[in-house]
Design a binder for this molecule. Sequence first.
Ligand code: SF4
Ligand code: SF4
Length: 301
Amino acid sequence: MRKLAFGYSTRCNIRCEHCVAMDGLPDNGKMDHDKAKQIIVEMARAGVGGISFSAGEPFMYFKEIAELVKLCGQLGIYTRIVTNSFWAKTAESSDSLVSELKENGLCQLRLSYSKWHQKNVSRNNVLNAAQSCQKFGLNYFISFITDFSREDDPYEQFLRDHDLTFFPEPVIYAGRAAAFKQRNILTDYQANCCDMNPYLTPDLDMYACCDAGSHFSKTRFFYLGNLNDHTIEQLFTKNETHQLYGLIRTMGITNIASFAGYKAREIITHTKCELCEKLFNSPQMLTTLQAQVSELSAWSR
Ligand code: SF4
Ligand code: SF4
């Protein structure tokens, strides 16, 4: 199924230290509302079956996002909103917004949570939002972003104490978090395949990867094109037929890194996105991989 992260706006009401947003870029980009509706109708025609409203903080444009969610529902598109829960200060305010979204057909709410988010938003907001979802039967989960340090233990314990549904997610060392000191991690030697959901920006640029990939500034490896110049179908087709993207999905970043000459001992010290950046944001490495893509495709056990 075709899925997409829909960046209606890059504005956010808080400023987390770990955000993948880049400092120095304007953070007030917003898509025209009628244009967004038109794009969603075209996406349904192109077979898009899932839209996640992410990027900045979608609840800053609550009425507009609620309308877009309703439209998606009418077109049979699964919807998710990713939020920092700033709006859930009280159980009442939380209930009011969650029930409206549920009525509009929202399928899932994803609540972002971490030691960085919670410097700006009380963790009780996240609890209120989750409890409203439980009350109104809206599927939710908490995305617990962590650098796996002991400092994160009380944050995790809070979620366990309240019996909330959460999934830990490694912080991505890109954007503002690129300045963080990274740990040398040692993980299992695993494939690190990546689903790579495309991301649409408020300026209608589309990228093949919605996470760190839109910041690969030296090669723009994941840039698919702009919807003013291409159709949705063309950009999805490019995403689905690009050989190296296909290998990221099926072979995984680890095997590509090994093929490219990285020692196994070194590979296990990097996160998935870090390795990806080394391979595909280096003009020289990218040229080599593009030239050897047939050998790479055949490189299987
Ligand atoms: S991580 Fe999310 S909540 Fe925090 S500044 Fe970035 S967009 Fe806003
Ligand atoms: S590994 Fe690469 S493709 Fe996957 S999320 Fe990270 S940057 Fe994007």
